[in-house]
Design a protein around this ligand. Structure first.
Ligand SMILES: NC(=O)c1ccc[n+]([C@@H]2O[C@H](COP(=O)([O-])OP(=O)(O)OC[C@H]3O[C@@H](n4cnc5c(N)ncnc54)[C@H](OP(=O)(O)O)[C@@H]3O)[C@@H](O)[C@H]2O)c1
Length: 246
């Protein structure tokens, strides 16, 4: 989804700083976007789950006097029960999903507020509204991301700066393959394309949309259902949703 954010922001004329671990892939994408859209695009290879990676980037961003949009997108999922998973992997998830977006967001806020413009988008998930076996820390960290953006949006009222929690359902990306998750049980109508998800996010961010963006009617319905239905129905759905992760 990060690639699609980069494409659509370039389409809107934004210069880009792209961050991920795979330097070669990142550099190729930066070159391609610069050529295709006539914007400036730089690659900044970094592991955002590591202290030096997130702090180095935060220092760079804090110095920028023209940063308009921060997209906290990097993330991953795991499969399996917490008791069976390596501690280091779960700790990495907390660093990447919690500490990195907090540090990066904190780094860009003073500049954005003083310029009275800017948007922070954090890619959370529909999972932020749920609890699920096989996704203990995924659900918990995504809930952190959503709540952080919701609370921040309140703090930013009247500053000209906006915060958004993007909460997609299942999106066609490399996410499930990387996490070795079984997706065969997921019905077609629950799959979304990344360009559509990103367009809803950016349209809301630049068009006075809501702080919490849940793309697609079917997911707004599911989230509504989760918030207002009794526990036994919720748990039945959660058992099903958790299947790919256990
Ligand atoms: N796909 C879905 O169904 C879905 C649904 C809801 C929410 N989300 C969320 O959407 C976000 C994007 O995921 P995706 O679906 O686009 O998955 P993806 O295709 O696997 O992409 C993940 C991206 O994060 C980067 N990344 C991973 N670990 C990193 C690290 N330690 N440091 C820096 N960059 C790192 C990866 O690049 P490198 O490997 O090169 O570092 C890659 O660009 C995640 O936060 C995910 O939780 C996904």
């Amino acid at each position: 989804m990060g690639k699609v954010f980069a494409q659509q922001l370039a389409e809107r004329g934004f210069d880009l700083l792209l961050v991920a671990r795979d330097a070669e892939r990142l550099g190729a994408l930066a070159d391609q976007l610069a050529l295709e859209y006539g914007v400036s695009a730089d690659a900044w290879p970094a592991d955002l789950s590591r202290d030096e990676g997130m702090r180095g980037l935060a220092e760079l961003l804090a110095k920028s006097d023209r940063l308009m949009v921060l997209v906290n997108n990097a993330g991953f999922g795991t499969k399996g029960l917490l008791a069976d998973r390596p501690v280091s992997e779960q700790a990495t998830m907390l660093e990447l999903h919690v500490m990195a977006p907090m540090l990066l967001t904190r780094a860009v806020l003073p500049g954005m507020i003083s310029r009275r413009e800017g948007v922070v988008i954090t890619v959370a998930s529909v999972a932020s509204f749920m609890t699920s076996k096989g996704s203990v820390n995924y659900c918990a960290t995504k809930a952190y991301q959503r709540v952080m953006m919701e609370s921040l949006a309140l703090e930013l009222e009247g500053t000209g700066v906006r915060a958004q929690a993007l909460c997609p359902g299942f999106v066609h990306t490399e996410f499930h393959q990387r996490g070795e998750m079984n997706t065969s049980w997921i019905p077609n109508f629950l799959w979304l394309d990344a360009p559509r998800v990103v367009r809803e996010s950016l349209d809301a961010a630049f068009g006075n949309g809501p702080t919490v963006v849940v793309p697609a009617f079917q997911y707004r319905f599911i989230v509504g259902l989760f918030r207002f239905t009794p526990g036994f129905i919720r748990r039945a759905f959660q058992r099903r949703y958790g299947r790919s992760r256990t």
